[in-house]
Design a protein around this ligand. Sequence first.
Ligand code: DO4
Ligand code: MG
Length: 279
Amino acid sequence: MKLYRTKQGFYAEFQEEYFQLPCPDWDTLINRDDLHSYVLTQIAGLTPVLDFESKDLLPPAVSQEVWASGVTYYRSKVARMEESKGACGGMFYDKVYEAERPELFFKALGYKVVGSGGTVNIRPDSIRNVPEPEWTLYATTSGKIVGYTVGNDMSSKCIECENPLYMSQAKIYDGSAALGPCLYVPAEPMAQNAVISIEVRRSERIVFQGITTLDQLKRTPDELIGWLYRSSTFRAGAFLMTGTGLVPSSDFTVEVGDTVAISIDKIGQLTNVVGLAKA
Ligand code: DO4
Ligand code: MG
C-alpha cells in the first residue's frame, strides 16, 4: 500500500485503487506502529476515488526530522576516500565503513523537505554538486520501521571535499532534501533485491545514469534506525536516508535546469528539477 500526502488530502493506493483517508493529521496517521493494518481498516467500505491523478503531491514529511547515513555502500567509501585525499579525510571514510557505529547526520526538518515535482537546489557558492539517490526508511516514535520512500541527499561536493568539518554546509541548505512520491507501507519489510536507479536529464539528453540494488547496502535498516534512536527521541517519528551507492565520476556536476529522476522498485519515482538556492 502507498500513502500520499496531497494539497487536497491524504490518499491510500491499494490494489491499483485510490481511497481518500478520513484522517485530519498526517503526523498522527503515520506515527502508528500498526500503520499498514490501520489503513486497511480505514479504507474498508470506502468508494475509490477516480481523479487521484489531478491531486497536487506534497512531500511525505511534515513534523518529522530527516536524517541521513553515510558511507554505507562500498562504492561510496571508495569515491569519498578518493575525493577527500587532499583534505586528509580519506582515512575517516575507510574507518566509518568498517566501524560498528555508522555515520549518521542531520539532513532537514520536515517542513523544508521538497516533494516529487518540486525543485531541489544547488548552492551558488559550490561549483560541483551531485544528487544522492537513497532508499529512505520511516520509523515511528517507538523506532518501528513502518514505511519507506525515495530520497535525494543533494550534496555540494566541493565544499564537502575541501574539509570534513564543512559537511553540514555541504549537506544542509534550502532545497537539499527531497522525499517522495509516497510513503510505501508494505505488510512485510522490503525485499533486498529491490532496484534503485537514477537518471539525470539535461535538455532531453541523459547526462548521468546508474543502477544498484538494496542488497549492496552494508548495514541493515534496523541497525541504522537502532543507532539513530540511541539517546534521541523523535516525537513525530523520523525519516532516515540510508546512504548512496550511485556515485557519478568526479568530473560530473548537476546544473540548474537538469531533471533528476530516482526510482526504487515498489515505491515509485521521485522527480525534481534543479534550481539555485539563495546566496
Ligand atoms: O560522509 C559523507 C556523506 C556520505 C553520504 O551522504 C552518503 O554516503 O550517502
Ligand atoms: Mg548521502
